[in-house]
Design a protein around this ligand. Structure first.
Ligand code: NAD
Length: 483
């Protein structure tokens, strides 16, 4: 079985070599196709951080094991890591956080065991990076949460929870504020939950979730979240088990999966042979499980746990009275402990059943569409305008543009209604949202909207607009605060 390997930047090559040395010593039956990917490839002029040959190899093999990669600096330049995850639709980011005996944390001292798996949506949300300056003062980020994307990651989380015989699966969200975006994610969660009656499915608002995770982490098992909240919560969980040096990450897709550590390139310690390879090794172990090499995975993990229990450590953790070993020394210690069983957390050795998920050859981009419920109509439009005038002045001007089809419903500034009612104590910025809806609920056409848009340009600079849709009687847009 062959996999693609990219060593990465900074500490990447050192920790990757350490992990592959452990794999080779354990006779892991994998072949490696080393691919050109990273900041150094970006610097050669490949904007996605990989050569076309690397992309072809990864797409043919369906599996990439990668070291961390530096994000090139500069406006408009995207992270190579995020580009890779998005290009290949690795929709679920799975991170397992387990207490490791030998890694002292406040919870290990208190005897509270941690075993949390965070599944983070990996494609959508603010990570679309779709941002615009509407005025000199106002930046706007578009946050896409989609039904098919949410269903894909949530279904993966439930299936994984079922397989690991989890006791509980929790959706972290902020649907109390973001009623449509996080609300959609939460709806999908409970829709999928119906198919898994044996799992206790519940939801917790993300701020409350953070508080509960740091006070009673042992109460959680599998947690599924949207992209940005998942990013933050998973780093919080890394802190619970001893830091980023112990956080593995699997990016799972239907066609291609990527295994990597959570941490970055650690430029401050690169090239010094002091980096901790544990996170990349744990990611590698997860990859071995993914391709059915369960026996190699268990032997290596037991050796790692035994090594940690023995007090062997790199500089970034462990008992300071015991001298630290380097990256290679740590790998050698693990190799010398093959066949040993740790006192705590020993993994059962299950014979290998190799079988890589066969890479699928795609001819065209897969389209994901749900069956639409109810009929869609246009009920109005939000016009985002630039103005530093007062709300009443703007309202008077807008009324003149409403014509026979539209009525001016409200005006808001930073999401707070300032007309027809509001308060003079609401501070304003020079960008308003003007909401027009149709008179008597008459469905509108796109031409009606464009007509209003053109008319409004007579008085205002329009920065952006958004249709107000309805599905049946249901409004598919949020109300302003105070509306
Ligand atoms: P970082 O994770 O590289 O480093 C943060 C701190 O943790 C540093 O003090 C570092 O020395 C330490 N650290 C990280 N990994 C370690 C290890 N294995 N052993 C010992 N100490 C370790 O985060 P950063 O400095 O914010 O980012 C550096 C670069 O890495 C940036 O260009 C960033 O974009 C990139 N990055 C890449 C990935 C990825 O490839 N998936 C993830 C995060 C950051």
């Amino acid at each position: 079985m062959k996999i693609a390997v990219a060593k990465g930047d900074g500490i990447g090559p050192e920790i990757m070599e350490a992990v592959l040395k452990i794999f080779t010593a354990n006779r892991v039956p994998l072949e490696y196709a080393f691919v050109e990917m990273g900041k150094w490839v970006f610097d050669k002029g490949f904007n996605n951080g990989m050569t076309p040959a690397a992309q072809q190899t990864i797409e043919e093999l369906g599996l990439l094991f990668k070291g961390p990669m530096e994000t090139p600096k500069g406006k408009g330049v995207k992270s190579i890591n995020v580009t890779a995850r998005k290009t290949w639709n690795t929709f679920a980011n799975k991170r397992v956080f387990e207490s490791l005996h030998g890694v002292t944390t406040v919870f290990s001292k208190a005897g509270i065991p941690i075993d949390i798996t965070v599944v983070r949506e990996n494609i959508e949300d603010t990570y679309g990076g779709i941002e615009h300056m509407l005025t000199y003062d106002v930046a706007l980020s578009r946050r896409f949460i989609t039904r098919p994307g949410s269903m894909q990651v949530i279904r993966y989380a439930f299936e994984m929870a079922r397989q690991k015989k989890a006791r509980r699966i929790t959706c972290g969200h902020k649907a109390n504020i973001m009623k449509l975006t996080d609300g959609l994610f939460l709806d999908c969660f409970y829709e999928v939950a119906k198919e898994y009656p044996e799992l206790k499915a519940d939801d917790v608002i993300v701020d409350d979730l953070c508080m509960k995770l740091v006070t009673r982490p042992d109460l959680f098992d599998v947690v599924v979240l949207t992209n940005l909240q998942g990013d933050i919560v998973s780093d919080l969980c890394a802190g619970l088990v001893g830091g980023l040096g112990f956080a593995p990450s699997a990016n799972i897709g239907d066609y291609i999966s990527i295994f990597e550590a959570v941490h970055g390139t650690a430029p401050d310690i690169a090239g010094k042979n002091i980096a901790n390879p544990t996170a990349l090794l744990l990611s590698g172990i997860a990859m071995l499980h993914h391709v059915g090499l369960t026996e190699n995975a268990a032997i290596i993990e037991n050796a790692l746990l035994y090594t940690l229990e023995s007090g062997v450590h790199t500089r970034d953790f462990g008992d300071k009275t015991i001298p630290a070993v380097g990256t290679t020394g740590f790998a050698d210690a693990i190799i010398s402990h093959f066949g040993k069983t740790p006192r705590i957390g020993a993994k059962e050795i299950i014979p290998n059943k190799p079988g890589t998920p066969t890479p699928m050859k795609l001819e065209k981009n897969p389209m994901m569409v749900s069956k639409e419920q109810g009929s869609e109509t246009i009920a109005g439009v939000d016009l985002f305008i630039q103005s530093d005038e007062q709300p009443t002045t703007i309202a008077e001007k807008c009324k003149g543009h409403a014509g026979t089809k539209f009525k001016l419903v409200n005006i808001s500034n930073r999401g707070t209604q300032v007309w027809p009612t509001g308060s003079v104590y609401t501070n304003l910025v020079n960008q308003y949202n003007i909401r027009f809806e149709s008179i008597n609920d008459q469905p509108l056409t796109q031409q009606d909207i464009i007509g209003l848009y053109v008319s409004m340009t007579g008085n205002f600079r329009i920065c952006s607009f958004e249709l107000l849709n309805k599905w049946g009687d249901k409004k598919a847009y949020s109300l302003a605060q105070g509306q």
